[in-house]
Design a protein around this ligand. Sequence first.
Ligand SMILES: Cc1ncc(COP(=O)(O)O)c(C=O)c1O
Length: 283
Amino acid sequence: MNYVLENNQVVQRENVKTDFLDRAYVFGDGVYDVIGVYNGTPFKMEKHIARLENSADQIEINMPYNQVELKKKLLQLIEMNHLVTGFIYIQISRGVAPRTHHFPQIEVSPKLIAHTTETTRLPENHYTDGVKTMLVEDVRWLRCNIKSLNLLPNVLAKETAVKNNCFEAILHRGEMITEGSSSNVFVVKENKLYTHPADNYILNGITRQTVLEICEKNDIEVVEQAFNKDFLLTADEAFLSVTFLGIIPIRKVNETTIEIGEVTKKIQDELYKLTHKSGIASL
Ligand SMILES: Cc1ncc(COP(=O)(O)O)c(C=O)c1O
């Protein structure tokens, strides 16, 4: 990563100016998004940019420039960094101001930063054999539909999972499963796919939305309904969805083993085809 998009200019990494009074740094007062890039092509870029704007709107931050301009700049960044496989991270903070909890009463400009990471997907066995997960109480705020920079509960949940040799923490509010610490959760029962509805308890993942589109095209019945821990533990199949990494089968939840079945494999294959069709822009 040599170049970074700073507001509307692509600059060398060492020339990025970050002020310690930026409200992202002081309060986590901002929003972000992550866009997967396969073969130099961003996947569902417009949807990610629209979600970023929606998150910004929800906390009363104006986008520094419009979605079309941002798309152009991000494509320029991919090109300048020769990004082939990896992701773009974009964040917008409320800007730099003297530290007060309330919004600054002076004129401040929102600060946009975008950078790229060249990386690979998970080792193949994650996709074929599934991953271990564990249940962790969901202690986040009640506006999880906003992709806010405030990720401390997610960070702590993931850390608990990693310390316990698990790939992901599956969050629950009391009995109700919400989502993963950085992924959406799906369960298959009697060939129907269940996932939490896109409300304030979860982030409506772009991958989640793509999974629903795949199901529609492939006649897989979807039930967007909250389910409880027991429903997950007695699932026929279960999987996680997340940008760039795709569909990751869940093999274990705590001590309970879950099978990896045909519905998961079908959705995995269909998503893979969409993300890896070379030369076709999936903007
Ligand atoms: C809490 C949470 N839920 C779900 C997701 C999946 O969203 P997407 O498919 O847009 O990556 C993420 C991604 O980072 C997340 O942090």
